[in-house]
Design a protein around this ligand. Structure first.
Ligand SMILES: *[C@@H]1O[C@H](CO)[C@@H](O)[C@H](O)[C@H]1NC(C)=O
Ligand SMILES: *[C@@H]1O[C@H](CO)[C@@H](O)[C@H](O)[C@H]1NC(C)=O
Length: 208
């Protein structure tokens, strides 16, 4: 089953623009954050405060997060490849983030969001996407909880990892900060990288 999933994911990715995905994302620009003072003692997750920043976001309706990720990435990749009002080609940034409901609908399509962090030099004035399904979103500085995991994020793995994150947060007395309405999967590696893959699932701190 795992191998089948893996092959499907590879095919989905290969059929999208991801052919141009960089060999290694080491050294790619990432959104700016600091670790907050209240890290869990057991190190089971990370608490990060991100700086206010702009992101390109696209909504995707799909049967699975893998399908949403491929569709969304293809759109965002066109945007950074020049499909914008200034025909600017932007460098890739990491991670590619997919947002989804923690409780997937098994027999229907779900709504997903796919996010791309705008490179620093375009943060002040991002080029406007030609594709109307992409919006530029201003995220005011926020706190987010992350669980890091290795290997391939396929199938229900992100959901399981998010459950784990919720449990660990509860164990550390952070139940009130959990917002399971939307979880995020951040991918740092191209699909063909076999080892030392870095993935993370996360939840933004619940608003009280
Ligand atoms: C991170 O910490 C530095 C030093 O305290 C501070 O200048 C910066 O604004 C912080 N950034 C965020 C995103 O909190
Ligand atoms: C994406 O979805 C959000 C939330 O439903 C909505 O507010 C926004 O207008 C949508 N954006 C586009 C470009 O359709």
């Amino acid at each position: 089953m795992q191998i089948l999933c893996f092959i499907i994911v590879l095919c989905v990715f290969a059929s999208s623009a991801i052919g141009a995905y960089p060999e290694s994302t080491v050294g790619y620009e990432q959104p700016v954050y600091n670790l907050t003072a209240n890290q869990p003692k057991d190190g089971s997750y990370e608490v990060r405060r991100y700086a206010t920043s702009k992101w390109a976001r696209t909504n995707v309706t799909a049967w699975s997060w893998e399908e949403a990720s491929a569709t969304g990435f293809k759109r965002l990749f066109a945007y950074i490849s020049g499909d914008n009002n200034r025909q600017i080609k932007m460098d890739m940034t990491v991670p590619v983030v997919v947002g989804f409901y923690a409780n997937p609908c098994v027999f229907c399509q779900d709504h997903f969001t796919v996010w791309f962090y705008i490179p620093e030099i375009y943060q002040a004035s991002p080029p406007i996407p030609t594709d109307p399904s992409i919006s530029i979103i201003l995220m005011e500085s926020w706190v987010e909880y992350f669980r890091i995991f290795s290997g391939f994020a396929v199938g229900d793995r992100p959901y399981k990892e998010t459950n784990h994150l919720s449990k660990d947060m509860k164990k550390n007395g952070m139940a009130a900060d959990i917002d399971e309405s939307t979880m995020y999967l951040g991918s740092y590696d191209p699909p063909f990288k076999m080892f030392h893959r870095h993935n993370e699932v996360s939840m933004i701190k619940a608003k009280k």
